[in-house]
Design a protein around this ligand. Structure first.
Ligand code: NAP
Ligand code: MG
Length: 494
């Protein structure tokens, strides 16, 4: 681990909150701005352009012009690869700066923004760059007097609307496949964490992504986000965020031009630990580590823990011994493993769920309160409820904070039934030494990702996304190209 003086670095960081349209930094036409606050200590970081319909029109027009003249789509895949690999290299060269932007803007510990977020985000861009000149199209088994080609073409102008919990990584999951496939992109980051996306656009330009191909519009969801959702000249919208807004995005697509609408939404993931779990310490450490990672602000956080009744006491003893390690600390200290909640709205939501858990009769075994109040930032203690019933709000609704709900079971089929009794279907896990039982359970769990005897394994090679109201489509892996390409059939008479 480095010993970078992060506070000193933060004090001299260059922050530019202007939008990025057609290769240039610009203010909103109306000069409207909003304050971008640091989650670390509540201070104002920058004034950021409050983009609305006018900027959306300008960015979409720039993206359309870039797509039509084929300045990017017309490049050989090997050329696009070179540019994207250079972009990833630049992200690594600017690793400390990008990590700092991310930590200041949304509060995650610097050790993770540097070691996880920048690392995964650059790898994602690199991976799609590396992939694009290795993909072949198809020739259909057509009769002798004809030739039928099945080719993939970029869909055109892609809008991406992303959340604040992994701002740079969620941006990269869209940027990588969308740009590799030859599209033009208009990205709207969350108003709560726009800074890293804006910096990525500058680095992409420096790497050789032509002006107009990658635009970034900071702004509010119901202004810039909505204008993108309803725009008649956006061909595809790739959305990551809440299920509530995801439903609106799909409606907006239907109300406007039937743009392709892809949604990556919320979760309430179940983690089932059977009494024959092969390694209880590993199960405890994964359960606790994964719910408190990123302050619990992870879509796939295993927020419902089902433990078989006969091992529940032993499990909880070990779990409660680990919880204090996640006490929130200064996100700019490299030893900190849990940082700040993104903002006051989110903290109110989290504390509201904690209050509801107590009111509905769950037993609070750890945390439950705000922490580090003098820091100016917003921090919540790692919180654990036992005695949770499937009907309680803390067992049914996505909290998106460091709150674990523990339920117990005696019958695995019943646990699986309860695990599936949710509108969500993002991730799930089962821990058992019996492989047949593991496979049966993995098959029965209705989720886009199922873990067996581990949690949170993740890399770019596998698709990520949800069943049911956790969304449609998949980010990551070659499957992501399905979202950003159209299939074309060409019949040729021979
Ligand atoms: P959110 O409130 O739904 O916002 C997501 C994005 O949509 C933001 O950029 C937001 O802008 C924008 N938005 C809000 N209202 C809009 C509207 N009416 N029209 C168009 N855009 C609008 O979600 P969040 O609080 O940022 O993120 C947390 C959620 O994301 C959680 O539910 C989490 O599970 C989910 N998530 C899912 C995945 C996945 O891959 N499945 C990954 C990460 C997060 P503003 O922020 O500026 O309002
Ligand atoms: Mg912020």
């Amino acid at each position: 681990m480095t010993t970078t003086p992060w506070h000193e670095r933060a004090a001299v960081l260059r922050l530019d909150g202007r939008a990025f349209i057609d290769g240039k930094r610009v203010d909103a036409a109306s000069s409207a701005r909003f304050d971008c606050l640091s989650s670390v200590d509540g201070r104002k970081l920058a004034e950021v352009a409050r983009c609305g319909e006018a900027e959306v029109d300008a960015a979409v027009a720039a993206a359309r012009a870039a797509f039509e003249d084929r300045r990017w789509a017309g490049k050989a895949p090997a050329e696009r690869k070179k540019v994207l690999v250079r972009f990833a290299d630049l992200m690594l060269e600017h690793r400390d700066e990008l990590a700092l932007l991310e930590t200041l803007d949304m509060g995650k510990p610097i050790r993770y923004s540097r070691g996880v977020d920048v690392q995964l985000a650059q790898n994602c861009i690199r991976w799609y760059g590396e992939a694009i000149d290795k993909l072949y199209d198809q020739v259909a088994p057509s009769p002798e007097d004809s030739l039928a080609l099945i080719t993939r073409e970029p869909v055109g102008v892609v809008a991406a609307v992303i959340p604040w919990n992994y701002p740079m990584l969620m941006a990269a999951w869209k940027i990588g496949p969308a740009l590799a496939a030859g599209n033009s992109l208009v990205l709207k980051p969350s108003e709560k964490a726009p800074l890293s996306s804006l910096r990525l656009a500058e680095l992409a330009l420096e790497a050789g992504v032509p002006p107009g191909v990658f635009n970034v519009l900071p702004g509010y969801g119901d202004e810039a986000g909505r204008a993108l959702g309803l725009h008649m000249d956006v061909d595809c919208i790739a959305f990551t965020g809440s299920t509530r807004v995801g439903k609106q995005i799909v409606q907006m697509a239907g109300q406007s031009n039937l743009k392709r609408a892809w949604t990556e939404l919320g979760g309430k993931s179940a983690n089932i630990v059977c009494a024959d779990c092969p390694d209880l310490d590993a199960a405890v450490s994964a359960a606790i580590g994964a719910i408190y990672f990123n302050q619990g602000e992870s879509c796939n956080a295993p927020s419902r823990l089902f433990v078989e009744a006969s091992i529940k006491d032993a499990f909880l003893d070990k779990a409660l011994a680990l919880v204090p390690r996640f006490a929130p600390g200064d996100p700019l200290n490299e030893d900190t493993v849990m940082g700040a909640i993104v903002d006051a709205v989110q903290m109110k939501t989290v504390l509201g769920y904690i209050a509801s858990g107590k009111e509905e009769g769950a037993r609070l075994l750890a945390g439950g309160t705000q922490a580090r109040i003098d820091s100016g930032g917003l921090y919540v203690e790692p919180t654990l409820f036992d005695g949770v019933d499937g009907g309680m709000r803390i067992a049914r609704e996505e909290i998106f904070g460091p709150v674990l709900s523990v339920l117990s079971f005696t019958d695995l089929d019943e646990a699986v039934r309860q695990a599936n009794a949710t509108p969500y279907g993002l991730a799930a896990a089962v821990w058992t030494a019996d492989m047949s039982r593991a496979i049966r359970t993995a098959r029965a769990l209705r989720a886009g990702t199922v873990h067996v005897n581990q949690y949170d394994n993740d890399d770019i090679t596998v698709p990520f996304g949800g069943y049911k109201q956790s969304g449609n489509g998949r980010d990551k892996s070659l499957h992501a190209f399905d979202k950003y390409t159209e299939l074309k059939t060409t019949w040729i008479q021979v």
